[in-house]
Design a protein around this ligand. Structure first.
Ligand code: PEP
Length: 255
C-alpha cells in the first residue's frame, strides 16, 4: 500500500506587505482556512518577510497555520551584519525555512553547496528546510531538466536529510512569476524523477515519505490538476499567496 503524504500549501510572500497588509492577509487566510483545518485536509504554511514574522506569529499562534521564513544564514549568531540566523527564526515561531529559492540563487549568487549548509543549520535548529530546485528555460529546451535536477539534489540536499526535516520544492525557474505553468504531466515527470533520485541517495523509505511540492505560477485555476498528480504533494505559491481568497482556493483544491 502506498504511503499517504499530507498535502502542504506554502505561501511565499517574498518582499511584500507592510504590517497592516500582513494583518489583513493572515486574518483572511485564518477565516478561509476554517473548513480546511476542520476537515484536517492539508497543512498550511505562510512565509512572510523577516520584519513580519512576530506580527504574523501572534495572529496564527492559536490556529493550525504554520510559520516559515524565506531564508537563513549559514551560521548561528555573531558578527554578520544584516543577516538572520536559524535560531532567531525558530525563536520567532518558525517551523520551516525556505532555502535555495531561485531568486536567492540568481540575485545573491547562492550555489548548491551554500544552500546545503543553510539546510543543515535549519535542521540543527529543529526546523524543516524547504529546499528549492529547478531548471531554467534554456536547460529545459536543451533537454537538461533531469540532469540539472539531479545535480542540484546532489549539491543542495545534505546526507542528513530525511522526510521529517526536509521538503523539496520543484520550481522551474521559467514558471516563477511568469504566468507560464508547467503542465501537470511535465511537473509529475520531474517530481517522479526527484523521488527516484532521492531514493538512490537517501533510501526508498525516505523518498516514499518525503513531501515534494511544486512552485511556479500555481493559481486556483491550475492547482487542482497539479495537486492531483501522484508525486505532487503540495504547492509553493508566490503571487497568488498574496490574495487570501486565492491561497485558500488553492488549498481547497488539494485532495
Ligand atoms: C515562488 O516564488 O516560489 C513562486 C512559485 O512564485 P509564483 O507563484 O508567483 O510563480
Amino acid at each position: 500500500m502506498g504511503v499517504k503524504r499530507r498535502k502542504l500549501i506554502v505561501g511565499n510572500w517574498k518582499m511584500n506587505c507592510l504590517r497592516d497588509d500582513a494583518i489583513n492577509l493572515v486574518n483572511n487566510i485564518i477565516d478561509g482556512a476554517k473548513d480546511i483545518i476542520k476537515d484536517n485536509k492539508c497543512d498550511l504554511l505562510v512565509c512572510p518577510p523577516y520584519t513580519l514574522l512576530h506580527v504574523v506569529n501572534d495572529i496564527i499562534k492559536d490556529s493550525k497555520i504554520m510559520l516559515g521564513a524565506q531564508d537563513s544564514d549559514i551560521v548561528n549568531f555573531g558578527a554578520h551584519t544584516g543577516d538572520i540566523c536559524a535560531e532567531m527564526l525558530k525563536d520567532a515561531g518558525c517551523s520551516h525555512v525556505i532555502v535555495g529559492h531561485s531568486e536567492r540563487r540568481t540575485d545573491h549568487g547562492e550555489c548548491s553547496e551554500f544552500i546545503c549548509e543553510k539546510a543543515k543549520i535549519v535542521h540543527s535548529a529543529g526546523m524543516k528546510a524547504i529546499i528549492c530546485i529547478g531548471e531554467s528555460e534554456k536547460e529545459r529546451a536543451d533537454g537538461m531538466t533531469m540532469a540539472v535536477i539531479s545535480t542540484q539534489i546532489d549539491g543542495s540536499v545534505p546526507d542528513s536529510a530525511d522526510a521529517e526535516n526536509t521538503i523539496i520544492a520543484y520550481e522551474p525557474i521559467w514558471a516563477i512569476g511568469t504566468g507560464k505553468v508547467a503542465t501537470a504531466d511535465d511537473a509529475e515527470d520531474v517530481h517522479d524523477h526527484i523521488r527516484s533520485y532521492i531514493a538512490s541517495k537517501l533510501g526508498h523509505q525516505t523518498a516514499t515519505e518525503m513531501i515534494i511540492i511544486y512552485g511556479g505560477s500555481m493559481k486556483p485555476e491550475n492547482a487542482g490538476e497539479l495537486l492531483s498528480q501522484d508525486n505532487i504533494d503540495g504547492g509553493l505559491i508566490g503571487g497568488a499567496a498574496l490574495d487570501g481568497n486565492n491561497f485558500i482556493a488553492i488549498a481547497k483544491s488539494a485532495k
